[in-house]
Design a protein around this ligand. Structure first.
Ligand SMILES: [Zn+2]
Length: 248
């Protein structure tokens, strides 16, 4: 400890002793949390995977946005994850700005994720605008649908604030996941590096190869009100597909 620091501490102790008030700790932040969901299913005929595969011809499962708003430590923090393939460029800003405005926070405090299913949309504002400007035949996404989806998610984030409940405990946990993720690069029996494992590998030999270097842990962050779970957020790194391209 340097002398300056010690002096400063001595002064602080003297001040406390001489004060008629007992020293108090700074108030703990009073956190509250509310969760929300919104449907963001694409209309029939909307491109899937940015036009890389067939457009949607059947709704097998609705596409959803799940999120929560955590308030009480500065401006609210929002987390939202969509069952979409990708959210690119201006579409990312459009989403974060709308959600931030809806709950009274800054866009930088909105964490927006796409879970990356392939039978799902890629939204890219500028790319689609370019295609339309040049009257191209293809499309990446439907901008009118994007706008509707953004406002539906922003409305849900705003409405959920009425249901916010105090957070009394925060939990963390992790567990190893087996036989789900694998690295695209792996060593074969002869020790040679292979790069033949793709998004939907069908070759049994490739599938049976060693998993390679991955982060095998699924991590969960949970928020509680006493014994009642308010929200659990799990993260696991994988390219999440076993089949795709069925347009539904
Ligand atoms: Zn992908």
């Amino acid at each position: 400890m340097n002398p300056t620091r010690r002096d400063a501490m001595g002064a602080a102790i003297a001040l406390t002793v001489g004060s008629p008030f007992a020293p108090v700790r700074a108030a703990e932040p009073k956190l509250t949390l509310a969760t929300f969901d919104a449907e963001v299913t694409i209309p029939i005929g909307h491109p899937c995977m940015g036009g890389g595969i067939a457009p949607a011809k059947e709704i097998v499962d609705p596409l959803l946005a799940h999120g929560f708003v955590l308030s009480g430590a500065g401006k609210p923090v929002v987390f939202v994850a969509l069952d979409w393939c990708e959210i690119r460029n201006g579409a990312y800003d459009l989403f974060r700005n709308a959600v931030a405005k809806a709950v009274g926070t800054e866009p930088v405090r909105v964490m927006l994720c796409a879970l990356h299913q392939h039978d799902a949309p890629i939204v890219d504002l500028e790319a689609q605008q370019l295609l339309e400007k040049h009257k191209a035949r293809g499309a990446i996404c439907d901008l009118a649908f994007l706008e509707k989806a953004v406002s539906r998610v922003a409305d849900a984030a705003k409405t959920c604030l009425k249901t916010a409940r105090p957070v009394t405990h925060i939990g963390t946990g992790e567990a190893k996941v087996e036989k789900v993720a694998s690295n695209r690069r792996y060593l074969d029996e002869s020790g040679k590096v292979q790069y033949n494992r793709t998004s939907a590998s069908r070759d049994p030999k490739v599938r049976a190869g060693e998993e390679g270097t991955i982060d095998p842990l699924l991590k969960t962050l949970s928020f509680w009100n006493g014994d009642t779970p308010l929200c659990g957020l799990s993260a696991y790194a994988t390219h999440p597909m076993s089949y795709y391209g069925k347009a539904g």
